[in-house]
Design a protein around this ligand. Structure first.
Ligand code: GLN
Length: 304
């Protein structure tokens, strides 16, 4: 199978087709992005990379980063994490407050905003310098020391982040935030602001396709049993109320972000990152979904 050829062909087909949806405008900084950017990179566990389009253009990975903060928190505290956050698909929007009331402040899963905020609280309780430890973990996964938070995007999101402030206050009212609210929400906004390009992003997620082991350093970032669990959570919860649709159309565990990125992995094979800023109504990249659907169909790569 000539992977580069298939990527080039599917990329060209999807690019020639419609580009529907809107760029996320509720974070002012994200609304400035050219909606027609489109990049792909696949990194295989033998270290090969295949790219197309704007693969080297950095963008804000937004909620994709929630998988990384979750991986770090899970590596640090293990099973007790599930006392604070559940592992069930939510079937609701990423920023929904709805289920917290009936579920006593325990978020449905760690990949919706409420759950990711609780994970940030766990990191704030565990580390003296959580912001530094988190970015160090991500740099080790990426094998790239200059990955960083984007202060302008974090500040921009903070300026209009009413829902996330509502979520953290609501969580606190149930006793599920243990640290200073300002510190926790600051970590959350910074987490979402991280910038990477598709090459870096696919490389960063490769450990989840490689039983938790970082390719170049050989460091075990997460043991294999926990890696399996993170992948299961991506499969069931990575696309909010479109998780079923993504599983049906693409057939891989993955995670999306409102910056227009999607990352997906095929265990023991590869990690792939796609970026196209226009989002469908559920907040997932329109072209990203299309590309991955066609790519996994043509390469017959799926966990099913
Ligand atoms: N930072 C965004 C928010 O909190 C992340 C949402 C997303 O990417 N789905 O709203």
């Amino acid at each position: 199978m000539d992977c580069q050829k298939i990527i080039d062909r599917v990329y060209a087909e999807v690019k020639a087709g419609e580009n529907l949806g809107q760029v996320a405008a509720y974070i002012p900084e994200l609304s400035k992005i050219d909606p027609d950017r489109f990049g792909i990179c696949l990194t295989s566990i033998d270290g090969r990379q295949y790219r197309a389009g704007d693969a080297e253009e950095p963008f804000s990975i937004q909620s994709i980063a929630k998988v990384l903060s979750l991986s770090l928190a899970f590596a640090c505290i293990g099973e007790p994490i599930w006392k604070r956050v559940d592992v069930e698909p939510s079937g609701t929007a990423f920023n929904s407050l709805l289920q917290l009331e009936s579920e006593n402040g325990i978020p449905r899963n760690p990949l919706i905003n409420a759950g990711a905020i609780v994970v940030c609280d766990i990191l704030c309780g565990y580390f003296r310098e959580p912001k530094k430890e988190l970015i160090n973990f991500i740099r080790r996964a990426a094998n790239q020391p200059d990955i960083d938070y984007a202060a302008d995007i974090a500040a921009s999101e903070k300026s209009t982040g009413y829902r996330n402030f509502a979520l953290i206050n609501y969580l606190k009212s149930f006793g599920n935030i243990h640290n200073d609210i300002d510190q926790v929400i600051d970590l959350y906004f910074n987490l979402c602001s991280i910038k990477m390009n598709c090459v870096e992003l696919s490389h960063t997620f490769l450990f989840l396709a490689n039983n938790g082991v970082q390719l170049e350093s050989g460091e075990t970032l997460l043991d294999s049993s926990r890696t399996k669990r993170i992948n299961a959570i991506m499969q069931t919860c990575g696309f909010y109320d479109e998780a079923g649709e993504f599983a049906y159309r693409v057939g891989l565990p993955g995670k999306s972000g409102v910056g227009g990125g999607i990352t997906a992995i095929l265990p023991n094979e590869y990690a792939i990152a796609v970026w196209s800023p226009r989002l469908n109504k559920k907040g997932n990249s329109y072209r990203g979904m299309k590309f991955l659907e066609r790519f996994t169909t043509e390469t017959e790569s799926s966990i099913f």
